[in-house]
Design a protein around this ligand. Structure first.
Ligand SMILES: NC(=O)c1ccc[n+]([C@@H]2O[C@H](COP(=O)([O-])OP(=O)(O)OC[C@H]3O[C@@H](n4cnc5c(N)ncnc54)[C@H](OP(=O)(O)O)[C@@H]3O)[C@@H](O)[C@H]2O)c1
Length: 378
């Protein structure tokens, strides 16, 4: 395992972090605790020392699971990250309440890396008004957390605003070779780094989409002098960035852990050749060529009177087609609005057609939503 320093912190973090959002589950949907414990401990025994969980993962069962799995000395071997559920916070008391509950669930007296979870504009505005940064400072002072950060799912302008609003130790952003211009993107990565924040990466494989066997993409990777799987290419691209400290992967079986541990052995910064980087550009262009609905996400179609999240429905459908990954797209679709608000499924469309009058791309939205609804089913 390779380790990197996060800025000025006097600790070495493994470049592969264990994300506890996609643990193996049993037929009833509950975490397969025996398997997941063995996997987490195997990863730690092989050098992983950063474990990331959050309050809502696995319907709230991830944190208690991690607390149990880290017994027998494993807690002391790792840096533990979890997150304040930003969408549930209405007061300062709520912040203290959730952190105290998380400490109990995780059976620990402190969280090493504590993040404000999934910041998007409305949550940030609410939390800023509630003085969340004072809460974080207090929690550092009283020892409940060691380092404060945030995870992020909005646009670049908001990222910059949040970065500048507090003396954060780190941030966690979505980043992979398809997302250089999405959410924080490369400019956000650079902005946060330049202001002294450490960087933890989530969704390096775009939630698993970049692992799928797409023949036209495989043909591109075949041009490289050394054969690597699509998964290895995608992870190596993220590790190639010296700004990145930890790359989280949500590994859901033993094989994936074993593979990613091997890939991490070569995850040096600036280790990809110019020729390799050209192949990434080719792969990106080929994925984008596979987009089915020409929605640009401008949101002129919104709001929808039937509450359909039109741009998100199209984005998820396009992603399923681009990456030939209907299963992953369906998993993401199942969360559409669900965690943070009301769902906005394509099947809710009442075919009023108001959106089509407003769409600058001239998309037959009603027809396309039918396609999306059929693709995702119930
Ligand atoms: N803070 C936030 O807002 C937020 C949001 C998202 C994620 N996260 C955190 O970041 C972590 C990483 O994100 P992520 O889970 O989306 O990461 P990811 O690495 O982009 O996707 C994980 C998925 O990739 C597939 N995979 C992993 N290794 C593989 C391999 N060697 N071969 C083939 N497929 C492989 C698996 O898909 P299958 O299961 O389909 O096989 C796995 O579920 C999460 O687990 C979570 O801890 C945080």
């Amino acid at each position: 395992m390779l380790y990197r320093r996060m800025n000025k912190l006097p600790i070495d973090l493994s470049i592969l972090g264990f994300g506890c959002m996609r643990l193996p589950v049993k037929k009833d949907g509950n975490i397969d605790e025996e398997q997941a414990t063995a996997m987490l401990r195997y990863a730690i025994d092989h050098g992983v020392n950063y474990v990331d969980t959050a309050y809502p993962y696995h319907n709230g069962e991830s944190e208690p699971f991690v607390g149990r799995a880290l017994q027998n000395g494993y807690r002391e071997k790792i840096y533990l990250a979890t997150k304040l559920p930003s969408w549930l916070i209405k007061s300062r008391e709520d912040m203290d309440h959730y952190l105290d509950e998380q400490l109990k669930r995780l059976q620990t007296d402190h969280i090493d890396f504590y993040l404000v979870h999934g910041l998007m504009k409305p949550f940030w505005e609410n939390l800023r008004a509630l003085n969340v940064t004072k809460f974080l400072d207090d929690a550092i002072d009283d020892g409940r957390i060691k380092y404060a950060g945030f995870s992020f799912h909005d646009d670049l302008a908001l990222l910059k605003e949040i970065v500048d609003a507090h003396d954060w130790t780190f941030c966690q952003i979505q980043y992979n070779f398809m997302d250089e211009q999405y959410q924080a993107g490369t400019e956000g990565l650079q902005y946060a780094t330049d202001r002294g924040l450490g960087i933890v990466i989530m969704e390096p494989l775009r939630g698993g989409m970049l692992t799928k066997d797409v023949p036209s993409i495989n043909n591109i990777w075949k041009k490289a002098p050394i054969r690597k799987s699509p998964t290895e290419w995608a992870l190596r691209w993220v590790w190639n960035h010296p700004e990145v400290t930890v790359v989280l992967s949500g590994m859901s079986n033993f094989e994936q852990i074993k593979q990613n541990l091997v890939y991490a052995e070569d995850g040096f910064p600036n280790s990809l050749s110019y020729g390799d980087l050209i192949l990434f550009k080719e792969a990106e262009a080929e994925y984008r060529r596979r987009i089915q609905i020409p929605c640009t996400g401008c949101r002129y179609c919104m709001p929808c009177s039937a509450n359909v999240s039109i741009p998100e429905c199209f984005e998820m459908y396009n992603q399923g087609c681009m990456f030939d990954a209907p299963d992953v797209a369906k998993y993401n679709y199942s969360f559409l609005g669900g965690m943070f608000g009301s769902p906005g499924f394509a099947s809710q469309c009442l075919e009023c057609g108001e959106c089509e009058e407003k769409c600058p791309q001239g998309i037959s939205i009603r027809e396309q939503l039918k396609k999306v609804a059929a693709y995702f089913g119930k």
